[in-house]
Ligand binder design. Structure first.
Ligand code: G3P
Length: 230
């Protein structure tokens, strides 16, 4: 079943969307953290409080040497508790850090993936998720969906336990197409998540249902009619 994650650190949006939708986790990176203009550690504690211990929380260290990445990742694990993933870019030091973290029993998401071989090496290093950047690939006239398709093919061919967490989306069609490939997970902004669900004809149908039915429904005092009148 598709895993949906929110690619944001905005507490209000996380709280609002987790209340409404079947969302499995939150992914962050230093750029996403910077958008909130709050210290990382405070944000992580707040996100965990809102999503609960079962939801996945992916946090990216900022260090570049393997030992620094590992030390940071262990600190964030202790801080975040619950279902935590260290999100590590696929640099040479990052690949080393992934192996060290797996030896310590920490779950790993390999990120900033632009090529099939980056994903394969990260999977071999033990990454639980590999995160190809679909829209950033499309933006350089590459083929984001094609890269995801290739990664899915070799994960299946080699029988690897690694899951594909497709990332960097800008539109519904990109998300739809990675779902058709059977990608295991997507991470998307709150705005794009809600675009997946929105259709004006659904709103129109609900409006018609309400106005057709209202003279005949005699339990209206039980219903909050404010939201149905629009
Ligand atoms: O999770 C990766 C993602 O944050 C990259 O997305 O929109 O910055 O290309 P974007």
């Amino acid at each position: 079943m598709m895993i949906y994650m929110l690619d944001t650190a905005n507490i209000k949006e996380i709280e609002r969307l987790f209340d409404l939708y079947p969302i499995d986790g939150v992914t962050t990176n230093p750029t996403i953290i910077a958008q909130e203009q709050k210290p990382l550690r405070r944000l992580l504690v707040d996100i965990r409080r809102v999503v609960g211990d079962d939801a996945m929380l992916h946090v990216q260290p900022i260090g570049s040497k393997a030992e620094d990445i590992v030390a940071e990742a262990m600190e964030y694990r202790d801080l975040c508790k619950g279902n935590y993933y260290a999100k590590i870019p696929v640099t040479p030091q990052g690949i080393k850090a992934m192996q060290l973290l797996k030896q310590r029993g920490v779950k790993v998401t390999a990120t900033a993936i632009f090529t099939q071989q980056q994903a394969l090496i990260a999977a071999k290093a033990g990454a639980d998720f590999v995160a190809p950047y679909v829209n950033r690939l499309d933006n350089i006239s590459s083929d984001g969906i094609g890269v995801v398709a290739d990664i899915m093919t070799f994960i299946k061919a080699y029988g690897m336990p690694t899951k594909v967490l497709a990332a960097s989306f800008k539109n519904v069609e990109q998300v739809h197409r990675v779902c058709l490939l059977g990608a295991h997970a997507v991470t998307i902004t709150p705005e794009l998540f809600e675009s997946l669900l929105y259709h004006p004809l659904t709103d129109r149908a609900v409006w018609d249902f309400y106005h057709d039915g209202v003279p005949y429904y005699d339990e209206l005092e039980m219903i909050d009619t404010k939201n149905n009148k629009a």
